[in-house]
Design a protein around this ligand. Structure first.
Ligand SMILES: CC(C)(COP(=O)(O)OP(=O)(O)OC[C@H]1O[C@@H](n2cnc3c(N)ncnc32)[C@H](O)[C@@H]1OP(=O)(O)O)[C@@H](O)C(=O)NCCC(=O)NCCS
Length: 169
């Protein structure tokens, strides 16, 4: 009886977002958020800020996009910060740590780039495990209606209270 060699496990690759990834990203975001994704309060921030592809990541396996995290350069009061989102992982790939990998890469890239911190709107129950807190973000004024309890920040510079409007740079 011959023994078949095992197929190598497909490798997960994280790359910075490139323009050629946009069709796959749009499809993933449509699956993850549905048609309401453009009315989210985060979308108002993205409309006024500069996209930072060098701080944004795509996770591929065998050419398939499994997850994405995007980041945007903003200012909160006088603080240069990054706004994180959207974050999404394909349904059949969830609960395996890919969301965590993307969030951790994203905030580490923002920190290495010298940003003061990362701001986002999301579920506290998910993001608090990475050190995001609602408390410092209480004084951050979003450009549009938002559930303030979902606005969270992870500060690298020791700031304990943000204040002022969230604006583009
Ligand atoms: C949120 C999301 C990116 C997490 O991706 P993931 O790869 O499953 O993340 P992880 O593997 O790191 O963590 C999974 C754990 O987080 C938990 N979790 C996922 N979403 C959660 C949420 N909204 N609130 C609380 N916990 C959550 C899961 O229950 C899971 O726990 P389990 O392993 O005990 O079941 C993914 O569920 C997703 O794409 N959701 C739809 C889009 C979305 O809501 N994005 C976030 C807002 S920007």
């Amino acid at each position: 009886m011959s023994v078949q060699p095992l197929a190598p496990a497909p490798a997960l690759t994280l790359v910075h977002e490139q323009p050629q990834h946009s069709a796959a990203i749009e499809a993933l975001l449509d699956h993850a958020f549905g048609p309401g994704r453009f009315v989210k309060s985060s979308e108002r921030v993205r409309e006024i800020s500069e996209f930072a592809p060098e701080l944004s990541f795509c996770a591929f396996e065998d050419g398939d996009l499994l997850g994405v995290v995007r980041q945007w350069r903003v200012r909160v009061g006088d603080k240069p910060m990054v706004f994180l989102g959207p974050l999404a992982v394909e349904k059949d790939q969830r609960s395996a740590g890919l969301g965590a990998l993307l969030v951790e890469r994203a905030w580490a890239a923002a920190k290495a780039a010298g940003e003061a911190g990362v701001l986002l709107v999301g579920d506290v129950a998910y993001f608090q495990r990475f050190g995001f807190e609602a408390a410092p973000a209480k004084g951050a004024v979003m450009p549009g209606p938002v559930d303030q309890s979902r606005v969270m920040a992870l500060m690298f510079d020791g700031t304990d209270a943000l204040s002022g409007p969230v604006r583009g740079r």
